[in-house]
Design a protein around this ligand. Structure first.
Ligand SMILES: Cc1cc2nc3c(=O)[nH]c(=O)nc-3n(C[C@H](O)[C@H](O)[C@H](O)COP(=O)(O)OP(=O)(O)OC[C@H]3O[C@@H](n4cnc5c(N)ncnc54)[C@H](O)[C@@H]3O)c2cc1C
Length: 432
């Protein structure tokens, strides 16, 4: 069960026409919609379940530059600027706090990875710095961990997933965006190969352009149009504690746990060292494209073959516009939390910072991430289908960059100068 987001009343009748249809009411679709509305461009957001019901409400809320690929950092820096003025832009708190992020390393090899990353981004003049044991103790007191060192970025931040999407949705609607929940888009409508509308479960909308911000589902949607977007699902489990006295306001990531302060005074905790990889047909179809990632991260994955494989096989890969689509069959992807991983994370954290011995679990949940072969998203047009722009495949770190990612998608759709160079995100890179 996902955390409950701030309620938003979205229901609206389906308009017959608009300029831009956005498929997906996650934080990416919503920030793109807000940016377009601020440019007076008519927008309709269609969401098969409820806004932010999937990844965008389930994530940890980290807003970081640390450990991102160097080519992804301009997007993160642009997002920092947009997060800082988001409360003013949307007229309410989104939980954005620039409280810093620290990663700690147990081994010299892990420390060498942090040092290597810092070197790879030296030209970007970030405020990240390597830490010794004493500096770690000074920043986050009361620890018992035997750390080889760490890395700290004071300008990294957090925001609240349960506040941000709702606030952005409300602001977008106030500027004229129409958001329709419980409305799956089945297919694109094409005229001479160009986008001219969408077919939804409740009827058609004519439009000039479509942004596909469908998260985990974008691959299946595109597959039905003969376009292959390589993404694979990974499941991450999370817990939230009841309000408690913690050692710090800084978000901390260790090899086998992470924690960050929640707005209610508790902490959001996960097992950083493990993700569940429930095998599906796509893992078999795309697996070879992920071999370098698999080699580097084999120990991070709990790979299992079970009922998920059959459940996934039961969902259509090809369908017609007049048939019920997979998006109506799964309104909200709501995987069960892996309580074993959550317990491991909490126990590892208690051993490292005994202040967490008093932690009481208030809630746990899981979410499914859409991972691309290079862990960067796709933000850009699809050459085969003029009028279609992708903003998807955020690979487990799209909440932090969402204000800039949605902005970039809106720039590309509306012909504005892009907020950052979009080259690293182009779809064609997977065809090379
Ligand atoms: C457990 C977890 C922890 C994470 N932690 C972090 C973090 O700390 N920091 C960070 O930056 N990122 C984090 N992420 C990743 C981040 O949450 C995502 O990258 C981001 O939310 C992606 O947003 P999105 O809008 O692309 O996708 P989603 O939020 O998944 O939204 C896509 C929406 O599209 C809808 N949809 C799909 N197809 C259709 C269709 N055909 N018709 C209508 N609607 C459709 C879906 O129902 C869904 O609501 C985490 C993710 C998870 C799961």
């Amino acid at each position: 069960m996902a955390p409950t987001i701030e309620p938003v009343h979205t229901s609206a009748p389906l308009p017959a026409t608009t300029s831009v249809v956005i498929i997906g009411g996650g934080i990416i679709g919503l920030t793109a919609a807000l940016t377009l509305a601020e440019r007076n461009i008519p927008v309709v957001v269609l969401e098969k379940g409820r806004i932010a019901g999937e990844q965008s409400s389930r994530n940890l809320g980290w807003v970081r530059k640390t450990s991102r690929h160097a080519e992804d950092i301009p997007l993160a820096l642009a997002a920092d600027r947009l997060w800082a003025r988001m409360p003013e832009r949307v007229g309410s708190d989104v939980g954005y706090r620039q409280a810093g992020i620290m990663f700690v390393a147990r081994t010299e090899a892990q420390m060498a990875m942090h040092a290597g990353w810092l070197q790879s981004v030296a030209h970007l003049s970030l405020d990240s710095r390597l830490l010794g044991k004493r500096a770690i103790d000074a920043l986050v007191p009361g620890g018992r961990g035997k750390w080889a060192g760490g890395i700290y970025t004071a300008s990294d931040a957090r925001a609240e997933p349960t506040l941000a999407s709702s606030a952005i949705a409300r602001a977008a609607m106030a500027k004229g965006v129409v958001i329709v929940e419980q409305c799956a888009v089945r297919t694109l409508q094409l005229a001479a190969g160009n986008v001219c509308g969408v077919v939804t479960e409740h009827g058609e909308i004519r439009c000039e352009q479509v942004v596909l911000a469908g998260g985990l589902w974008s691959r299946r949607f595109l597959g039905n149009h003969g376009v292959s977007l390589p993404t694979l699902p990974l499941t991450c489990s999370v817990l939230r504690t009841q309000p408690m006295e913690g050692p710090t306001d800084i978000a901390v990531g260790a090899p086998d746990f992470s924690f960050r302060k929640h707005k209610d005074g508790g902490f959001i905790i996960t097992q950083r060292g493990k993700l569940d990889a429930f095998l599906t047909l796509d893992h078999l179809l795309l697996g070879t494209q992920y071999l370098p990632q698999l080699r580097a991260q084999r120990d991070f994955l709990n790979i299992s073959l079970g009922r998920h494989f059959l459940k996934d096989l039961g969902l259509a890969r090809r369908w017609k516009a007049d048939r019920v689509s997979p998006f109506e069959r799964v309104r909200v992807q709501d995987p069960c939390a892996n309580e074993r991983l959550n317990n491991d994370a909490l126990n590892n954290l208690k051993a490292a910072w005994p202040a967490f011995a008093q932690a009481r679990v208030a809630q746990s949940w899981a979410g499914t991430i859409d991972v691309t072969p290079d862990s960067n998203p796709v933000i850009g047009p699809v050459a085969q289908i003029p009028g279609l722009t992708l903003a998807t495949g955020f690979s487990g770190h799209g909440f932090g960059t969402s204000p800039a990612a949605g902005h970039l998608a809106a720039d590309l759709v509306s012909g504005h100068a892009p907020i950052i160079d979009p080259t690293p995100y182009r779809f064609e890179r997977f065809a090379l």
